[in-house]
Design a protein around this ligand. Sequence first.
Ligand code: HBI
Ligand code: FE
Length: 296
Amino acid sequence: MADISLESYRADYPDIAGDYTVPQRWAAYTDEEHAVWDLLGQRQARLLPGRACEAFLSGLESLGLQAGGIPDFERLSEVLTARTGWRIVAVPGLVPDDVFFEHLANRRFPAGRFIRRRDQLDYLQEPDVFHDVFGHVPMLAHPVFADYLQAYGEGGLRAQGLGMLPQLARLYWYTVEFGLLTTTQGLRIYGAGIVSSASESVFALEDASPHRVAFALERVMRTRYRIDDFQQVYFVIENFEQLLRQTAERDFGPVYQRLARLDDLAPDALAAEDQVLHHGTQAYARARRAGLTGTA
Ligand code: HBI
Ligand code: FE
Protein backbone atom coordinates (compact mmCIF):
# COMPACT_ATOMS: atom_id res chain seq x y z
CA MET A 1 0.00 0.00 0.00
CA ALA A 2 1.29 3.44 -0.90
CA ASP A 3 2.47 5.76 1.86
CA ILE A 4 -0.42 8.07 2.72
CA SER A 5 1.11 9.79 5.74
CA LEU A 6 0.77 13.56 6.03
CA GLU A 7 4.54 13.87 5.74
CA SER A 8 4.69 12.02 2.45
CA TYR A 9 1.91 14.13 0.91
CA ARG A 10 3.55 17.33 2.14
CA ALA A 11 6.29 17.09 -0.50
CA ASP A 12 3.74 17.66 -3.32
CA TYR A 13 1.07 19.43 -1.22
CA PRO A 14 2.91 21.81 1.14
CA ASP A 15 -0.37 23.39 2.32
CA ILE A 16 -2.02 20.11 3.40
CA ALA A 17 -3.98 20.49 6.68
CA GLY A 18 -4.15 18.07 9.62
CA ASP A 19 -7.39 16.62 8.25
CA TYR A 20 -5.67 16.05 4.87
CA THR A 21 -7.60 18.79 3.09
CA VAL A 22 -5.86 21.02 0.57
CA PRO A 23 -7.13 24.07 -1.31
CA GLN A 24 -8.70 22.94 -4.59
CA ARG A 25 -6.99 25.79 -6.47
CA TRP A 26 -9.65 25.61 -9.19
CA ALA A 27 -8.09 28.47 -11.20
CA ALA A 28 -4.92 26.40 -11.61
CA TYR A 29 -6.55 23.65 -13.72
CA THR A 30 -5.37 23.76 -17.33
CA ASP A 31 -7.61 23.73 -20.42
CA GLU A 32 -6.40 20.19 -21.08
CA GLU A 33 -7.49 19.07 -17.60
CA HIS A 34 -10.97 20.57 -18.11
CA ALA A 35 -11.10 18.91 -21.55
CA VAL A 36 -10.36 15.50 -20.01
CA TRP A 37 -13.27 16.00 -17.60
CA ASP A 38 -15.63 16.90 -20.45
CA LEU A 39 -14.49 13.94 -22.51
CA LEU A 40 -15.08 11.51 -19.64
CA GLY A 41 -18.37 13.19 -18.71
CA GLN A 42 -19.76 13.11 -22.23
CA ARG A 43 -18.80 9.49 -22.67
CA GLN A 44 -20.57 8.48 -19.45
CA ALA A 45 -23.57 10.70 -20.22
CA ARG A 46 -24.15 8.60 -23.34
CA LEU A 47 -23.84 5.30 -21.51
CA LEU A 48 -25.73 5.95 -18.31
CA PRO A 49 -29.38 6.64 -19.25
CA GLY A 50 -31.15 3.31 -18.76
CA ARG A 51 -28.19 1.98 -16.76
CA ALA A 52 -27.66 4.34 -13.82
CA CYS A 53 -30.48 4.73 -11.31
CA GLU A 54 -32.83 7.75 -11.37
CA ALA A 55 -31.27 9.24 -8.24
CA PHE A 56 -27.84 9.31 -9.88
CA LEU A 57 -29.08 10.69 -13.20
CA SER A 58 -31.15 13.43 -11.61
CA GLY A 59 -28.27 14.40 -9.29
CA LEU A 60 -25.90 14.57 -12.23
CA GLU A 61 -28.29 16.73 -14.21
CA SER A 62 -29.34 19.09 -11.45
CA LEU A 63 -25.76 19.64 -10.23
CA GLY A 64 -24.60 20.26 -13.81
CA LEU A 65 -21.73 17.79 -13.65
CA GLN A 66 -21.69 16.32 -17.16
CA ALA A 67 -19.77 19.06 -18.92
CA GLY A 68 -18.45 22.53 -18.31
CA GLY A 69 -15.11 21.32 -17.01
CA ILE A 70 -13.91 20.31 -13.56
CA PRO A 71 -16.35 21.76 -11.02
CA ASP A 72 -15.35 24.41 -8.52
CA PHE A 73 -15.87 22.65 -5.15
CA GLU A 74 -16.92 25.89 -3.43
CA ARG A 75 -19.77 26.52 -5.84
CA LEU A 76 -20.75 22.85 -6.00
CA SER A 77 -20.78 22.66 -2.20
CA GLU A 78 -23.13 25.62 -1.99
CA VAL A 79 -25.70 23.84 -4.14
CA LEU A 80 -25.20 20.49 -2.41
CA THR A 81 -25.35 21.95 1.10
CA ALA A 82 -28.71 23.50 0.29
CA ARG A 83 -29.99 20.04 -0.74
CA THR A 84 -28.56 17.63 1.81
CA GLY A 85 -26.03 19.44 3.97
CA TRP A 86 -22.99 17.81 2.31
CA ARG A 87 -19.83 19.66 1.21
CA ILE A 88 -16.96 18.63 -1.03
CA VAL A 89 -13.41 19.12 0.27
CA ALA A 90 -10.23 18.61 -1.74
CA VAL A 91 -7.62 16.02 -0.70
CA PRO A 92 -4.47 14.81 -2.47
CA GLY A 93 -5.60 11.18 -2.83
CA LEU A 94 -6.35 8.30 -0.49
CA VAL A 95 -6.54 9.36 3.14
CA PRO A 96 -6.23 7.13 6.23
CA ASP A 97 -9.42 5.34 7.30
CA ASP A 98 -9.93 7.37 10.49
CA VAL A 99 -9.58 10.65 8.58
CA PHE A 100 -11.98 9.39 5.91
CA PHE A 101 -14.59 8.32 8.48
CA GLU A 102 -14.31 11.65 10.33
CA HIS A 103 -15.04 13.59 7.11
CA LEU A 104 -18.02 11.42 6.17
CA ALA A 105 -19.47 11.52 9.68
CA ASN A 106 -19.47 15.32 9.33
CA ARG A 107 -20.99 15.31 5.84
CA ARG A 108 -17.79 16.32 4.09
CA PHE A 109 -16.87 14.24 1.05
CA PRO A 110 -13.10 14.17 0.42
CA ALA A 111 -12.43 14.39 -3.31
CA GLY A 112 -9.11 14.00 -5.10
CA ARG A 113 -7.96 17.28 -6.62
CA PHE A 114 -5.99 15.90 -9.57
CA ILE A 115 -7.44 14.48 -12.80
CA ARG A 116 -6.18 11.51 -14.80
CA ARG A 117 -4.32 12.12 -18.05
CA ARG A 118 -5.85 11.61 -21.48
CA ASP A 119 -3.87 8.36 -21.90
CA GLN A 120 -5.39 6.93 -18.68
CA LEU A 121 -9.07 7.46 -19.47
CA ASP A 122 -10.15 3.94 -18.62
CA TYR A 123 -8.04 2.73 -15.81
CA LEU A 124 -6.81 4.26 -12.62
CA GLN A 125 -6.53 2.87 -9.09
CA GLU A 126 -6.13 6.20 -7.28
CA PRO A 127 -9.37 8.16 -6.91
CA ASP A 128 -9.15 11.34 -9.02
CA VAL A 129 -11.58 14.26 -9.25
CA PHE A 130 -13.60 12.60 -12.01
CA HIS A 131 -14.22 9.44 -10.01
CA ASP A 132 -14.81 11.29 -6.75
CA VAL A 133 -17.03 14.08 -8.05
CA PHE A 134 -18.77 12.67 -11.14
CA GLY A 135 -19.04 9.24 -9.52
CA HIS A 136 -19.92 10.06 -5.91
CA VAL A 137 -21.45 13.51 -5.72
CA PRO A 138 -24.72 12.97 -7.67
CA MET A 139 -25.82 10.37 -5.11
CA LEU A 140 -25.08 12.82 -2.29
CA ALA A 141 -27.97 14.92 -3.58
CA HIS A 142 -30.30 12.03 -2.64
CA PRO A 143 -31.47 12.56 0.96
CA VAL A 144 -31.53 8.90 2.03
CA PHE A 145 -28.23 7.99 0.39
CA ALA A 146 -26.73 11.16 1.90
CA ASP A 147 -27.78 9.90 5.35
CA TYR A 148 -26.39 6.44 4.59
CA LEU A 149 -22.94 7.78 3.78
CA GLN A 150 -22.87 9.78 6.98
CA ALA A 151 -24.02 6.69 8.90
CA TYR A 152 -21.20 4.71 7.30
CA GLY A 153 -18.68 7.30 8.54
CA GLU A 154 -20.16 7.17 12.03
CA GLY A 155 -20.12 3.37 11.94
CA GLY A 156 -16.46 3.54 10.97
CA LEU A 157 -15.64 5.77 13.92
CA ARG A 158 -17.54 3.43 16.28
CA ALA A 159 -15.85 0.40 14.78
CA GLN A 160 -12.33 1.64 15.32
CA GLY A 161 -10.60 -0.49 17.86
CA LEU A 162 -12.78 -3.50 17.05
CA GLY A 163 -10.18 -4.56 14.50
CA MET A 164 -12.80 -5.05 11.81
CA LEU A 165 -11.98 -2.24 9.41
CA PRO A 166 -11.42 -4.57 6.45
CA GLN A 167 -15.00 -5.81 6.90
CA LEU A 168 -16.35 -2.27 7.04
CA ALA A 169 -14.35 -1.31 3.96
CA ARG A 170 -16.08 -4.19 2.13
CA LEU A 171 -19.48 -2.70 2.95
CA TYR A 172 -18.35 0.58 1.38
CA TRP A 173 -16.87 -1.19 -1.60
CA TYR A 174 -19.90 -3.31 -2.45
CA THR A 175 -22.42 -0.49 -1.90
CA VAL A 176 -21.04 3.03 -2.35
CA GLU A 177 -18.51 1.95 -4.99
CA PHE A 178 -20.04 -1.04 -6.79
CA GLY A 179 -23.68 -1.22 -5.74
CA LEU A 180 -26.64 -2.14 -7.94
CA LEU A 181 -30.31 -1.36 -7.26
CA THR A 182 -33.53 -3.19 -8.21
CA THR A 183 -36.16 -1.11 -9.98
CA THR A 184 -39.39 -1.96 -11.76
CA GLN A 185 -37.51 -1.42 -15.02
CA GLY A 186 -34.70 -3.80 -14.09
CA LEU A 187 -31.31 -3.49 -12.42
CA ARG A 188 -29.71 -0.06 -12.23
CA ILE A 189 -26.30 1.18 -11.08
CA TYR A 190 -25.73 3.48 -8.12
CA GLY A 191 -22.08 2.62 -7.29
CA ALA A 192 -19.55 5.37 -8.02
CA GLY A 193 -16.85 2.96 -9.19
CA ILE A 194 -19.20 1.69 -11.89
CA VAL A 195 -20.75 4.96 -13.09
CA SER A 196 -17.32 6.53 -13.47
CA SER A 197 -16.07 3.64 -15.67
CA ALA A 198 -17.24 3.25 -19.27
CA SER A 199 -16.40 -0.44 -19.50
CA GLU A 200 -17.72 -1.47 -16.09
CA SER A 201 -21.00 0.46 -16.65
CA VAL A 202 -21.79 -2.12 -19.31
CA PHE A 203 -20.12 -5.13 -17.69
CA ALA A 204 -21.78 -4.76 -14.28
CA LEU A 205 -25.29 -4.93 -15.75
CA GLU A 206 -25.01 -6.87 -18.97
CA ASP A 207 -22.13 -9.34 -18.81
CA ALA A 208 -22.94 -12.97 -17.95
CA SER A 209 -19.69 -13.39 -16.01
CA PRO A 210 -20.28 -11.77 -12.59
CA HIS A 211 -22.68 -13.02 -9.93
CA ARG A 212 -25.49 -10.67 -8.94
CA VAL A 213 -26.69 -11.41 -5.41
CA ALA A 214 -29.28 -9.74 -3.15
CA PHE A 215 -27.62 -7.50 -0.57
CA ALA A 216 -27.26 -8.90 2.95
CA LEU A 217 -25.07 -6.99 5.40
CA GLU A 218 -23.06 -9.80 6.95
CA ARG A 219 -22.66 -11.64 3.64
CA VAL A 220 -21.18 -8.49 2.10
CA MET A 221 -18.86 -7.92 5.05
CA ARG A 222 -17.43 -11.44 4.63
CA THR A 223 -16.64 -11.01 0.96
CA ARG A 224 -13.15 -10.04 -0.20
CA TYR A 225 -12.87 -7.76 -3.20
CA ARG A 226 -10.45 -6.89 -5.93
CA ILE A 227 -9.30 -3.39 -6.69
CA ASP A 228 -7.52 -4.11 -9.95
CA ASP A 229 -10.24 -5.48 -12.23
CA PHE A 230 -14.01 -5.74 -12.78
CA GLN A 231 -15.87 -7.17 -9.78
CA GLN A 232 -16.77 -10.85 -9.75
CA VAL A 233 -19.90 -10.23 -7.70
CA TYR A 234 -22.28 -7.30 -7.43
CA PHE A 235 -24.74 -6.93 -4.55
CA VAL A 236 -28.22 -5.64 -5.31
CA ILE A 237 -30.22 -3.51 -2.87
CA GLU A 238 -33.99 -3.05 -2.89
CA ASN A 239 -33.83 0.66 -2.07
CA PHE A 240 -31.70 3.17 -0.19
CA GLU A 241 -33.83 2.97 2.96
CA GLN A 242 -32.70 -0.66 3.28
CA LEU A 243 -29.05 0.40 3.26
CA LEU A 244 -29.61 3.16 5.78
CA ARG A 245 -31.56 0.89 8.15
CA GLN A 246 -28.78 -1.70 8.14
CA THR A 247 -26.07 0.82 8.98
CA ALA A 248 -27.42 3.78 10.95
CA GLU A 249 -27.07 3.57 14.73
CA ARG A 250 -25.98 -0.02 14.34
CA ASP A 251 -23.87 -1.56 17.05
CA PHE A 252 -21.31 -3.35 14.95
CA GLY A 253 -19.93 -5.21 18.00
CA PRO A 254 -22.28 -8.24 17.71
CA VAL A 255 -21.98 -8.23 13.91
CA TYR A 256 -18.23 -8.44 14.20
CA GLN A 257 -18.45 -11.19 16.83
CA ARG A 258 -20.46 -13.32 14.42
CA LEU A 259 -18.17 -12.46 11.50
CA ALA A 260 -15.08 -13.37 13.50
CA ARG A 261 -16.32 -16.99 13.64
CA LEU A 262 -17.01 -17.20 9.90
CA ASP A 263 -14.52 -17.59 7.07
CA ASP A 264 -14.15 -14.85 4.51
CA LEU A 265 -15.65 -15.55 1.11
CA ALA A 266 -13.74 -15.28 -2.14
CA PRO A 267 -15.08 -12.68 -4.60
CA ASP A 268 -16.47 -15.39 -6.88
CA ALA A 269 -17.94 -17.65 -4.16
CA LEU A 270 -21.65 -18.14 -3.61
CA ALA A 271 -22.98 -18.90 -0.12
CA ALA A 272 -25.80 -21.34 0.72
CA GLU A 273 -28.06 -18.57 2.01
CA ASP A 274 -27.55 -16.28 -1.01
CA GLN A 275 -30.51 -15.01 -2.94
CA VAL A 276 -28.86 -15.31 -6.35
CA LEU A 277 -30.32 -13.02 -9.02
CA HIS A 278 -27.80 -14.08 -11.63
CA HIS A 279 -25.45 -17.02 -11.24
CA GLY A 280 -22.36 -15.73 -13.04
CA THR A 281 -20.40 -17.84 -15.47
CA GLN A 282 -17.17 -16.23 -14.18
CA ALA A 283 -15.94 -16.58 -17.79
CA TYR A 284 -14.38 -13.12 -17.76
CA ALA A 285 -12.43 -13.75 -14.55
CA ARG A 286 -11.29 -17.16 -15.85
CA ALA A 287 -10.11 -15.66 -19.13
CA ARG A 288 -8.21 -12.99 -17.25
CA ARG A 289 -6.47 -15.59 -15.11
CA ALA A 290 -5.50 -17.45 -18.28
CA GLY A 291 -4.22 -14.22 -19.79
CA LEU A 292 -6.69 -14.27 -22.67
CA THR A 293 -7.98 -10.70 -22.52
CA GLY A 294 -6.30 -7.33 -22.42
CA THR A 295 -6.16 -4.93 -19.51
CA ALA A 296 -9.50 -3.31 -18.76
N1 HBI B 1 -9.65 8.02 1.01
N2 HBI B 1 -9.72 9.78 -0.48
C1 HBI B 1 -10.21 8.60 -0.06
N3 HBI B 1 -11.25 8.04 -0.72
C2 HBI B 1 -11.78 6.84 -0.32
O1 HBI B 1 -12.74 6.35 -0.93
C3 HBI B 1 -11.21 6.20 0.80
C4 HBI B 1 -10.13 6.82 1.45
N4 HBI B 1 -9.56 6.22 2.54
C5 HBI B 1 -10.08 4.98 3.06
C6 HBI B 1 -11.20 4.41 2.30
N5 HBI B 1 -11.70 5.00 1.26
C7 HBI B 1 -11.88 3.12 2.64
O2 HBI B 1 -10.94 2.09 2.62
C8 HBI B 1 -12.69 3.17 3.93
O3 HBI B 1 -14.05 2.98 3.58
C9 HBI B 1 -12.32 2.14 4.94
FE1 FE C 1 -14.80 6.11 -4.70
